[in-house]
Design a protein around this ligand. Sequence first.
Ligand code: AHM
Ligand code: MG
Length: 333
Amino acid sequence: MQKKNKTLGEFIIENQSEFQYSTGELSKLINAIRLAAKVVNHEVNKAGLVDILGQAGDTNIQGEDQQKLDVLANEKFIQTLKNREIVCGIASEEEDDFISINSQDERHQNKYVVLIDPLDGSSNNDVNVSVGTIFSVYRRMTPVGTPVTLEDFLQPGKNQVAAGYIIYGTSTMLVYTTGHGVNGFTLNPAIGTFYLSHPNMQFPETGKIYSVNEGNYIHFPQGVKDYIKYCQKEEGDRPYTSRYIGSLVSDFHRNMIKGGIYMYPKSSVAEAGKLRLLYECNPMAFLAEQAEGKASDGFQRILDIQPSELHQRVPFFCGSKKMVEKAEEFMQA
Ligand code: AHM
Ligand code: MG
């Protein structure tokens, strides 16, 4: 059991030996993400104060181009990872294609690629509701020293070596896993340091919260409609409580602490749902499994899906194990 009150920096150093054959590269990468998180946190926090809200492409009162926060977060993350020369490739929900880094330079032998959703739930930006950054790390498939290819990014989620999120909420937290459980760190903004505040996070086996955009109810498959009715039925420990922020990181974080299920099903208007397999579902699924929870597309384990394109979408059911299993039962009936 990890002791509380150590810093993220100390935690990373202490746990480096968990990785077989570790060269410290992954630790350096997590450190770079920690730095990027602080930079983006700074931007998110001042969102109400400066002209960075609104549409990208608008011009603010000083005549400068306005940037939407998600565009800004994307730039900051990519810049930080590039500057540290710590990864060989980046794919982002905000970019059409992946970015290859220092691929021609033989001095760079980096073996990791990072996939990010720089600011998820960004429709909540303008209304001061928590948003998050989601990241995911894989070992490249192609040889080091050569340019990365699509193959390095289209790996099933079970190949992830690390994943996590930063939640810009009441307080800012960085929550991550390297395949040895899930730990949460809270930022002390006065000194800019993350402290271990939530060691060994785990989903309760079951819970009483269901999180879904019920406005789409009419378009959901029958199995999902039936499961929602099941959640609302007065029987045993039900009805459950409905909680939906519309910000995946925040809904996931609450459900992991309190027990619950998050659902973004397919519908008659969105064949594969809305969430992206590589940037949203895989990292959250890895975290969920590492926290004793479960993640499924209703029929199969998210982490087993072989991706076919960078921006692929999948239906997503994630949270307390028993609740996800019950939702699957309804889907498969
Ligand atoms: P985004 O990547 O465009 O921000 O979309 C992802 C977000 C999730 O955080 C959230 O759970 C979901 O979209 C909400 O979608 P909806 O408004 O359709 O319920
Ligand atoms: Mg997103």
